[in-house]
Design a protein around this ligand. Structure first.
Ligand SMILES: NC(=O)c1ccc[n+]([C@@H]2O[C@H](COP(=O)([O-])OP(=O)(O)OC[C@H]3O[C@@H](n4cnc5c(N)ncnc54)[C@H](O)[C@@H]3O)[C@@H](O)[C@H]2O)c1
Length: 258
């Protein structure tokens, strides 16, 4: 499905990011595994290479424009083209609670990484995404990472995080329109709670898990692969006429009234 594509995955060493790297590799892509934690990226890239896939680790703090530019230059030098970008890196800090109590420093950190990282990488990759369209005569593809929290309120608020993910969803639609004439597609995924160490901290008792699972028509938490397979499809030419979409991946939670 993604044979020959050169795809950059940020936060590639994390729970969902690792699944994205695996899904993209298995579908034939050459993957740049990007993380602020180089060791995580390296371990995963080594695992992919040992399994016969093409993956290269890179270190980058996506919140820094200069680091993003250096990263994209390095990826281009390594692969010679870039036609896919997954802006997955993100944080959900525990001190981020209600807007009424979170500090502006908390807000800044979240916005710099979640929203700023998405902007930095997209901006730096843009000339290469355009160049790939000229070469292949097929659309390039960006997938941005939002959250189902942009569709629903939550009793346990994470307002900075939710606002950052809402901004990403709106920005993505605008980018999809802006970049349509360049044949660059921009889509966004909005996952519900995925079984990751991050989320396990919130649902750490059987009772808390059961109460939450009741909300999901499909009766379980999500798995990283539920997200990564959708992302692999959105990166691929199988979704060649899909752009500007905000895709909930939440077991039906966002359409469940009670
Ligand atoms: N886990 C969920 O239930 C869930 C639900 C909806 C959306 N998301 C989003 O999915 C994405 C991945 O989440 P996850 O659960 O895999 O988290 P995770 O913490 O396992 O992975 C995030 C990765 O991003 C990296 N990272 C953090 N800051 C970075 C920076 N400044 N520059 C580069 N890399 C950085 C981390 O080192 C980590 O490897 C995030 O954007 C998150 O908001 C997660």
């Amino acid at each position: 499905m993604n044979h020959g594509r050169s795809v950059v995955v940020t936060g590639g060493g994390g729970a969902i990011g690792s699944a994205c790297v695996r899904s993209l590799c298995q579908s034939g892509a050459k993957v740049s595994v990007v993380d602020i934690d180089f060791n995580r990226a390296k371990v995963l890239a080594n695992e992919m290479v040992a399994a016969g896939f093409e993956a290269v680790p890179f270190q980058c703090n996506v919140a820094s424009f200069d680091e993003a530019q250096r990263l994209i230059d390095d990826v281009y030098d390594r692969f010679g083209y870039i036609d896919g970008l997954v802006n997955n890196a993100g944080i959900m800090p525990h001190q981020d609670v209600s807007f009424a109590t979170a500090t502006m420093d908390d807000w800044r950190e979240i916005l710099d990484i979640n929203l700023g990282g998405t902007v930095n990488l997209s901006r730096c990759a843009l000339p290469h995404l355009k160049e790939s369209v000229r070469r292949r005569a097929l659309p390039s593809s960006i997938v941005n990472m939002s959250s189902f929290l942009v569709l629903l309120g939550a009793r346990i608020p994470q307002d900075g995080y939710t606002a950052s993910k809402g901004a990403i969803a709106s920005l993505s639609r605008s980018m999809a329109v802006e970049l349509g004439e360049d044949q660059i597609r921009v889509n966004t995924v909005a996952p519900g709670p995925i079984e990751t160490p991050h989320v396990a901290k919130f649902f750490n008792t059987a009772e808390a898990r059961a109460k939450r699972i009741e909300r999901f028509p499909l009766g379980r938490f999500g798995r990283p692969e539920d997200v990564s397979e959708a992302i692999s499809f959105l990166i691929s030419d199988k979704s060649a006429w899909i752009t500007g979409v905000l895709l909930p991946i939440d077991g039906g939670a966002s359409c469940n009234y009670i």
